[in-house]
Design a protein around this ligand. Structure first.
Ligand code: ADP
Ligand code: ZN
Ligand code: MG
Length: 481
């Protein structure tokens, strides 16, 4: 029997506010432990939380960008559990009446369209952080840092619409692209600004009921998400094939061991005893205001991808790549506009430019080659003034020196030799010097033509126009027939 996987994700994204959700403490990452704290986020008795308006605005932006309906009234609740990093003994989170519900995220992958339903988007506060290593008395004690306590989060819950680990990882990347494009999340997964719990079950192909799910907690990279899901699907499939049953439980991904391990079973699951937060009134949003927020959203990556395919004739994959980050998209659009060759711009940005950015650790905002300068280089290639292989060298010089393509080509005499008369001399010399290749060509081995063209390209250090050289050889080889 064949089995299929069913996957749903729960994502926690830190909102990009300067201050916490219910107090004025800074949310900045990396400060010395317990320096961004006050009585509110330390959970002292007798203090009152005050909701940060920017948190609400960013949460609404995110919900709208994910296609959700934002509710005019939502309610904060207390989620009660005991843990040392939760000083109040409860987390304030939206539960029964969340900020937004019923969204959808569409994306394409390998030419196939996917849509993932969004069950809900709600607001909540983060807990502090337990530190188990790196202190003098770490062998005996757990240390606590409350800087993160009260940092604003949105939780995004998807429907179980995903069927493959690679699609889940792709979806998570697209989600990150959306959240960063609308500037509600910095996308920094190492710092924990974006993390995901993956729910996964298996069932026989054709079965419509859901199988028993396992939740893999706190995954902080796309690759780990994919690998954890692959491992879990394999584990669960073997289990049911062997006549066993999947146990509903929470597991953790161990990236070192490359496996998931049980953390707690359903029996040990918490009863959170939710009840409405008495210190916060229901959150009421004016419908007009929600629409104002919607009107302020920028173009989203998926819409941009479709525009690139329609307007520039780019392949799906290229369009998706360029459309993902707004800065890259802006660089691409400016280059394409300046040179009029969108596909060439796409090629240069994804290829040589990205290569150098990665090698030198440079972000696109800090790239020295301006969009106008890259456009000029592309123009030189497209007009035939510079050959493709020379252009790569010119680009490297532009990257290093900041000089213009034109200046480098003129200074170093790198113009492509497109002059048929000059090239004809070289072609004739090559024909005379390579009688074997000529004979092979005449014997029907057309591959010999490539060899002959290669000789001229080598003699000109790649500066000959290969189309012209090719035509000259053909003309001569056929004429003498
Ligand atoms: P719980 O009550 O355990 O939190 P939910 O119904 O709220 O479960 O779903 C939590 C997440 O798990 C959602 O992303 C949902 O899509 C996913 N999910 C629910 N049931 C399954 C299942 N049987 N297999 C895979 N994912 C599931
Ligand atoms: Zn505080
Ligand atoms: Mg749930």
């Amino acid at each position: 029997m064949d089995y299929e996987a069913v996957i749903g994700l729960e994502i926690h994204a830190q909102l990009a506010t300067d201050t916490k959700i219910f107090c004025g403490c800074s949310t900045r990452f990396g400060a010395p432990a317990n320096t961004h704290v006050c009585p509110v986020c330390l959970g002292m008795p007798g203090v009152l939380p005050v909701l940060n308006a920017r948190v609400v605005e960013q949460g609404v932006r995110a919900a709208l960008a994910l296609g959700c309906t934002v509710h005019p009234v939502s309610v904060f609740a207390r989620k009660n559990y005991f843990y040392p990093d939760l000083p109040k003994g409860y987390q304030i989170s939206q539960y029964e009446e969340p900020l937004a519900t019923e969204g959808s995220v569409a994306f394409s992958m390998d030419g196939e369209d996917h849509a993932v339903g969004i069950v809900r988007v709600h607001l909540e506060e983060d807990a502090g952080k337990s530190l188990h290593e790196g202190f003098a008395d770490s062998g005996r004690c757990t240390y606590l840092d409350f800087n993160r306590s009260g940092v604003p989060l949105i939780e995004i819950v998807t429907r179980p619409d995903l069927r493959a680990p690679a699609a889940a990882a792709e979806f998570f990347q697209r989600l990150r692209a959306i959240l960063t494009a609308i500037e509600v999340n910095d996308g920094n997964m190492e710092e924990g600004s974006l993390r995901c719990d993956a729910n996964v079950s298996v069932r026989p192909v054709g079965e419509t009921r859901l199988g028993t799910k396992v939740e893999v907690k706190n995954i902080n990279s796309f690759r780990f998400l994919q690998r954890a899901l692959e491992f879990e699907i394999d584990r669960q499939t073997r289990l049911v094939r062997g006549g066993g049953a999947v146990v509903q439980e929470t597991r953790l991904w161990d990236s070192g061991a490359g496996r998931t391990a049980s953390m707690r079973s359903k029996e040990e699951a918490h009863d959170y005893r939710y009840f409405p937060e008495p210190d916060l009134p229901p959150l009421r949003l004016a419908v007009d205001w929600i629409e104002t927020v919607r009107a302020g959203l920028p173009e989203l990556p998926e819409a941009r991808r479709r525009r690139y395919v329609a307007d520039y004739g780019l392949a799906d994959r290229d369009a998706a790549w360029l459309a993902r980050a707004p800065e890259v998209a802006a660089y691409f659009e400016a280059t394409a506009a300046a040179c009029g060759h969108a596909r060439a711009a796409s090629h240069w940005i994804q290829g040589p430019l990205t290569h150098r950015m990665k090698a030198d650790g440079v972000e696109i905002a800090a790239v020295r080659v301006s969009t106008g300068a890259l456009a000029e280089l592309i123009g030189l290639v497209e007009s035939g003034a510079v050959s493709g292989s020379t252009a790569k060298d010119v680009f490297e010089r532009m990257w290093e020196t900041g000089a213009s393509a034109r200046a480098i080509v003129d200074e170093e005499n790198l113009s492509q030799i497109g002059d048929a008369e000059a090239l004809a001399v070289l072609v004739d010399e090559t024909l005379a010097a390579q009688p074997d290749a000529v004979a092979r060509y005449r014997a029907g081995k057309t591959g010999a033509l490539g060899f002959l063209v290669g000789q001229v390209m080598r003699a000109t250090r790649g500066q000959a126009n290969p189309q012209v050289v090719n035509a000259l050889f053909r003309e001569r080889l056929e004429r003498d027939d």
